[in-house]
Design a protein around this ligand. Structure first.
Ligand code: MG
Length: 385
């Protein structure tokens, strides 16, 4: 396998990496068997996709405008190739319309064996996208596993392959769901190690929520309304009040369909107005210029890392702000998103911190800041459980 990887890396022009791999004993002259075993051309192996359902247990019941839950269903995937394993994950909060069943049904139709070279991301991911419409989380699951595999094939973390400076990772916010003032105070105290909080509003007790947080801490606040407000004038008044409370931006304040009201609010707001539910994939970005100040990119909406990178480029060209978010996820999908986080203005990558049964370890939060591991690919390893 190692000699195959060496030939494979040399074929890519990654000679220093190829040289760094241990030498296989015996030349073809000394040992005719070595001729048969090597050199393996690129893609001699076959990619094999496997997957299974898993249920994430949330530490606290999580309430946002519109729903409340204690668990989140996910599907965990692996792509095996030449002795290496790439990990992927699809997370399905109920409001996105995907389920473990729909994801597994989709993944069972994905035939990666047909591709000889796992580095042909455009070909492979265009194929995955064409298998069926929608299924964004399922597609993200394949994209993440494939990126993890590629990083492992060249033994480098993705941020290094992409030329991204890991020192530029942002702080991550920690999310406080809608709750009673007493619980909000308790959760805020528990989140003392975070340097910024994301507070969910739109549950009818917005000022109480913020006042409860402010009675405990004066760290900056990101606000997410999850479409919970309906009147644009009241929304503007609230945004002004939130600005006085040390809020940095407001996410999805009005229904995603209220495009004219959102454009009005954005034009008058003292704070950036960020799109989340309104926004899914690359093709949506240009539509939001002038409607929102920025977008919240999540891998489960964007179909993964490949399209998320393109969205970052397009949004920057349109002078929009960028946020990187997540669903309730293990450290698998969160660490994947964190690889791109040095490119965005704000991060809310805390999904792995809200659960009690994470199967992986990867990105860490140190002094409130996302800290990438040196592990190859998306930068995770399985926990010893
Ligand atoms: Mg949101």
């Amino acid at each position: 396998m190692k000699s195959g990887r060496r030939a494979f890396l040399s074929g890519l022009g990654v000679t220093s990496l190829a040289a760094a791999l241990p030498q296989t004993k015996g030349t073809a002259q000394e040992n005719p068997a070595a001729l048969e075993a090597a050199p393996a051309p690129i893609g001699n192996g076959k990619m094999k996709l496997s997957f299974r359902p898993y249920e994430l247990q949330l530490e606290h019941t999580f309430t946002v405008a519109g729903n409340s839950r204690k668990t989140t269903p996910v599907v965990l995937a692996e792509i095996q190739y030449e002795g290496l394993t790439g990990y992927g994950e699809a997370s399905m909060p109920p409001y996105l319309g995907e389920s473990q069943q729909s994801v597994m049904q989709f993944l069972s139709k994905v035939k990666l064996e047909q591709f000889k070279d796992p580095f042909l991301l455009d070909d492979i991911l265009a194929y995955v996208d064409s298998v069926d419409e929608g299924n964004r989380a399922a597609k993200a699951c394949v994209d993440i596993a494939l990126h993890d595999l590629l990083g492992k094939l060249v033994d480098k973390p993705l941020h290094k392959l992409w030329g991204i400076n890991p020192a530029n990772t942002p702080m991550t916010s920690f999310t406080i769901g809608i709750d009673t003032p007493e619980m909000v105070k308790l959760k805020t105290k528990e989140a003392a190690r975070f340097k910024v909080l994301k507070v969910k509003l739109g549950g009818g007790n917005d000022r109480e929520m913020i006042e409860a947080v402010r009675s405990v801490t004066d760290v900056p606040i990101y606000v997410d309304v999850n479409q919970g407000w309906s009147d644009k004038h009241q929304a503007l008044e609230m945004v002004h009040w939130l600005a006085e409370q040390g809020t940095e931006f407001v996410e999805q304040p009005l229904a995603k369909t209220a495009v004219d009201d959102l454009a009005w609010l954005t034009s008058k707001s003292p704070l950036p107005i960020i799109a989340d539910e309104a926004f899914q994939r690359l093709g949506d970005v240009a539509d939001f210029q002038g409607v929102y100040s920025g977008i919240n990119i999540k891998l489960m909406k964007s179909t993964g890392l490949r399209e998320a990178q393109k969205m970052i480029t397009v949004a920057r060209a349109l002078d929009m702000s960028l946020m990187m978010g997540c669903m309730t996820e293990t450290s698998c999908a969160v660490s994947a998103a964190a690889q791109l986080s040095p490119l965005v203005d704000w991060a809310d990558l805390d999904g792995n911190l809200l659960i009690t049964n994470d199967l992986y370890e990867g990105v860490k939060v140190i002094d409130g800041k996302l800290t990438l591991s040196d592990l190859p690919g998306i930068g995770i390893r399985k926990r010893n459980t």
